[in-house]
Unconditional design. Structure first.
Length: 199
């Protein structure tokens, strides 16, 4: 899997639409302090479903929408689209390319899309689970992250290894199945009570 393209509009310092084509090999973004380099990695995390404004260096999620500058008025919507290569069918979808988009309006309304079709945040999270791009995964290593991993507790470090091993989705499915079993058991108990009352 590789990230082929990044389209950003109205996100943080990027008021106008920008398109970043990422060719095979190493891509390095250079620029003066405050020119928006970290905003690019924030855009990737955000599009992958990041829900913590603090992780995106803001205090509220609305802080990701371009807030205006000396020369430009604020905009009403932020939008980021990631286009990933799916030639090796890592994602279980019958497409050569997968695009994932996230939009946020100042009203607070937000939208997620996979290949331009509206979907839920849950679908995006499920798509990226175990690919290394899931929440807190190892594909995005921020400043201080290496130290954090090395000094974290063994259970926390284990989650990075589990994502790399591709077992996170099975853990989630197991938890979901356990929740359903508990709910079913509660229904059975309730039915048994009713039968007991009627008997
Ligand atoms: P450094 O090299 O110092 O780490 P950088 O190139 O990574 O800097 P960023 O942190 O990505 O820079 O960008 C910071 C810039 O983004 C600041 O000028 C800030 O004003 C601008 N910025 C952040 N959020 C918004 C927003 N919502 N609207 C407009 N500009 C924003």
């Amino acid at each position: 899997m590789c990230l082929k393209r990044l389209d950003i509009q109205g996100f943080k310092s990027f008021a106008d639409r920008i398109k970043l084509e990422l060719n095979p090999g190493l891509t390095v973004v250079v620029g003066p302090n405050g020119s928006g380099k970290s905003n690019i990695s924030d855009a990737i995390s955000w599009c992958l479903g990041e829900q913590r404004a603090s992780f995106l260096r803001g205090s509220r999620m609305e802080d990701v929408i371009f807030a205006g500058s000396d020369k430009r008025k604020p905009v009403g919507m932020a939008e980021v689209t990631l286009t990933l290569d799916n030639a090796n069918k890592l994602f279980p979808l019958p497409y050569e390319e997968i695009s994932v988009s996230r939009r946020l309006y100042r009203s607070g309304e937000s939208e997620y899309l996979i290949n331009k079709v509206p979907c839920r945040l849950k679908d995006i999270q499920a798509l990226f689970m175990d690919t290394g791009l899931g929440r807190g995964a190892y594909s995005l290593i921020g400043q201080g992250k290496v130290d954090e991993i090395l000094s974290s507790r063994p259970e926390e470090r284990r989650s990075v290894i589990e994502e790399a091993a591709g077992i996170v989705k099975y853990r989630h499915r197991k938890e979901e199945a356990e929740r359903k079993l508990t709910a079913a058991q509660q229904d059975l108990n309730r039915i048994s009570d009713i039968i007991h009352e009627l008997a």
